[in-house]
Design a protein around this ligand. Structure first.
Ligand code: GDP
Length: 364
């Protein structure tokens, strides 16, 4: 074959003659073994040994949308259940900029280095679907603990509804506990609905605030304050110290107006600085004081029971809803009914009843 590249006047690279062109597909590739797919028993064995790589893979299964992954994940979770429930689970919330990542890094180092804990950091961030990639639980935000072998950091599951994302995080907690993590953080942004979900899976709910001008609640809804077992005012450093103390006093006053929560524990308010690492020990003394208190009065266990019940019903609701809305006939008919409701041809209640009748007729 004539190649112009090999002509005398051509100054570029020449084409080697006489070498057969290699096949497009490397013949050895086919012989390479696929990555070993673990069975449920193998997952469990490795998780119980504290194998972080396998734990990570199991969490990926939990987060997968594929049915076969879900089935395997459920088997693994079920077998891990007897080994779960023994950690201290802490929900951490606060508006963006309050200092959640800085604090988690500092808290994590304190717990690992000074209290010998093994820490898993998870997150619930339902907005991550839109932003394609979670802003919470990102390793680069927690530089110190991300280098610690005793820390496991996992960003928020990204796809799906808040209910779905929260369920996956709840299941991930179980896997982490089976892998020997005795402390679990669940982080969330304190601006939406996700706090309620986090509250339903933790033992202690920590609200991070920053010194404000005094009278505003920094975008934190009253309901979130009511859920808090501890409010910690961050950035109590430099010229902020007085304002931090003032904010803390105001939160204490505000908390007095709320009824005593079912735990019987009066929420405490503390100030600290994540930047200067001051007031950190006091925060964790408070958390462990609470844990001892609720273990003593039985609330620790009764709360776990009501949380387990809550998640059962929440899963039923989620699956019923998914099944209903993903049925193709329902989808078609919904559009028609919607229009009829808009045209005032049928009442909203009647339309809903007819849709449900159709759904249950299909099922029977
Ligand atoms: P997040 O959005 O809640 O995760 O907040 P970050 O941890 O990213 O912190 C937001 C900003 O507050 C960053 O610029 C931090 O450096 C700063 N910050 C965090 N903790 C402190 C603190 O204790 N004191 C001061 N002065 N700044 C802090």
């Amino acid at each position: 074959m004539h190649h112009i590249e090999n002509d005398l006047h051509y100054t570029g690279l020449s084409v080697a003659q006489g070498i057969a062109s290699p096949p497009a597909v490397n013949p050895y590739l086919k012989k390479r073994k696929h990555r070993h797919e673990f069975t449920a028993a193998e997952y469990i064995e490795q998780i119980l040994k504290g194998n972080i790589t396998v734990l990570s893979q199991a969490v990926t299964l939990v987060e997968s949308q594929k049915n076969e992954h879900q089935a395997l994940a459920q088997e693994v979770i079920e077998k891990c259940l007897p080994y779960s429930g023994h950690s201290v689970r802490i929900g951490i919330t606060g508006v963006p900029g309050a200092g959640k990542s800085t604090s988690i890094d500092v808290f994590g180092m304190h717990l690992i280095r000074d209290r010998g804990k093994k820490l898993a950091v998870l997150a619930i961030d339902p907005s991550s679907e839109r932003s394609k990639g979670s802003i919470l639980g990102d390793k680069t935000r927690m530089e110190d603990i991300s280098r610690e072998p005793s820390a496991f950091i996992r960003p928020s599951p990204s796809a799906g509804s808040l209910g779905g994302v929260a369920r996956k995080t709840h299941e991930t907690i179980i896997l982490c506990e089976a892998a020997g993590f005795d402390t679990v953080f669940v982080e969330t942004v304190g601006v939406g609905q996700s706090e309620t979900a986090v509250h339903s899976m933790v033992d202690f709910f920590l609200l991070i605030q920053v010194p404000g001008t005094g009278d505003e609640l920094q975008g934190i809804k009253r309901g979130i304050m009511e859920m808090a077992d501890g409010i910690i005012v961050n950035k109590a450093d430099g010229t902020n110290i007085d304002r931090a103390n003032l904010s803390a006093a105001q939160y204490r006053n505000a908390l007095h107006l709320f009824p005593l929560p079912p735990s019987g524990w009066s929420p405490k308010v503390l100030t600290y600085s994540a930047k200067n690492k001051t007031g950190i020990t006091e925060i964790w003394d408070m958390v462990y004081e609470y844990i001892a208190f609720v273990k003593e009065n039985g609330y620790f266990n009764s709360n776990h029971h009501s949380q387990a019940k809550f998640w059962m019903y929440s899963s039923i609701n989620e699956q019923l809803k998914n099944h209903f809305y993903h049925s193709s006939e329902i989808e078609k008919e919904l559009k028609i009914k919607e229009q009829q409701v808009l045209n005032a041809e049928i009442s909203s209640f009647m339309a809903a009843k007819q849709m449900l009748d159709l759904y249950f007729r299909q099922k029977s």
